[in-house]
Design a protein. Structure first.
Length: 376
């Protein structure tokens, strides 16, 4: 065995390691080196100078350790942090830490692991229950903010358990305030939302508009609660009941359902408030039942109670929820109706319209509409 300079190994260890090329743990122990230290030094030589390792990374790590004069204790700290790192990232970590001054290894290693392995903070939908000895229990549910807010608002806080169980059992739930959500949007944010919705509706841009999710600009939203963009680039808005939602969810759940949208301009202040109500009121349903006691499609006799309220000019196309723009169709014909025919003329199955004040079915090709309600 060639002579080994133990003092050198205890100094700037990286330059002394080459002398261990053929040394074993037993050799080092015979020179008075503690077993654990001897084993570490042999392994250190194999990592930094041995074959089978990425040579470019070896050279880079050696250069960094030499520049900072890392001794045995420093190299032990480095390798300890390396073992906490994913196997595929260990040599990257080793390079960074060898080029780091002693005393900063832990801080730098933690920062790098967070950067290389960002946590997915998206909550997983789940439900759990915790039972107590007194016969009660606590149930915890994780789901979309906007969905659980709907449930929360339906619960009578003076009798939460009873009203929640009634709601789940389909027994009507507890009484509650007739809450109508208000969404406050800056004018430029509303314009962006409309552009996204229009792009989705048309299936493309064609006019240079970005498709939904392509925009990376953030948008300002209501009041003191600034908005932003989700990871996909959509706008984020907050309702006054605390629910947060994306622009897509806003279009689907609010603009297409019920509530108010307040439009504000940074220059002119409040612009307007729009009432958004997609679903027919009980009074409107009574009037529709009187007009069409069964499906209004030609020669369909599904009774009113099994039908759906249908917008003649579709809600998505700006059709109002008023009695002149409503009729009733069974589920099959509500799906068959051509909501967006080119030029307003159906080409496949036909569509519902009104002829004067009468509900009528228009055949494919643009024939004369045929009144269909028995009360016409």
């Amino acid at each position: 065995m060639k002579e080994i300079n133990i003092a050198a190994l205890l100094g700037s260890v990286i330059d002394a390691l080459p002398q261990l090329e053929h040394a074993t743990t037993t050799d080092l122990e015979g020179l008075g080196v503690a077993p654990d230290t001897a084993e570490f030094l042999v392994r250190l030589h194999r990592v930094y100078y041995g074959p089978g390792q990425p040579s470019r990374r070896q050279r880079s790590a050696i250069k960094g350790a030499r520049r900072h004069g890392h001794g045995l204790i420093a190299m032990q700290e480095i390798e300890r942090e390396v073992t906490k790192t994913k196997t595929t990232q260990q040599w990257r970590m080793r390079q960074h830490l060898c080029a780091t001054p002693a005393g900063q290894f832990t801080t730098v290693a933690r920062k790098l692991r967070r950067e290389w392995n960002p946590k997915d903070d998206t909550p997983v939908e789940k439900v759990s229950i915790r039972r107590y000895a007194n016969g009660t229990a606590t149930m915890s549910i994780t789901a979309r903010d906007v969905d659980l807010t709907d449930v929360y608002d339906a619960i009578d806080q003076s009798a939460p358990a009873e009203s929640f169980l009634n709601l789940v059992r389909g027994e009507g739930g507890a009484g509650r305030l007739n809450y109508i959500p208000m969404i406050t949007l800056q004018l430029d944010t509303f314009a962006k939302l409309l552009a996204i919705s229009d792009c989705n509706h048309n299936g493309g841009t064609g006019t240079g508009e970005q498709p939904a999710g392509a925009s990376t600009s953030s948008a300002n939203t209501s009041g003191a609660n600034p908005g932003g963009a989700d990871p996909a680039g959509d706008i984020i808005v907050r309702a006054n009941n605390g629910a947060r939602m994306t622009g897509k969810e806003l279009a689907e759940r609010i603009l297409l359902k019920h509530g108010f949208v307040a439009i504000l301009s940074r220059v002119h202040g409040p612009v307007d408030v729009y009432r958004m109500e997609r679903f027919a009121t009980d009074k409107q349903r009574l009037l529709l039942a009187a007009e069409s006691p069964e499906c209004a499609w030609l020669d369909c006799h599904v009774p009113f109670d099994k039908c759906q309220v249908h917008h003649i000019t579709s809600w998505a196309d700006g059709g109002d929820t008023n009695i002149k723009n409503l009729t009733v169709l069974c589920a099959h014909h509500n799906g068959a109706n051509e909501d967006h025919p080119p030029g307003g003329v159906p080409v496949r199955r036909g569509r519902m319209t009104r002829l004067g004040g009468q509900v009528a079915w228009q055949s494919p090709g643009g024939g004369v509409p045929v009144p269909t309600s028995p009360t016409n």
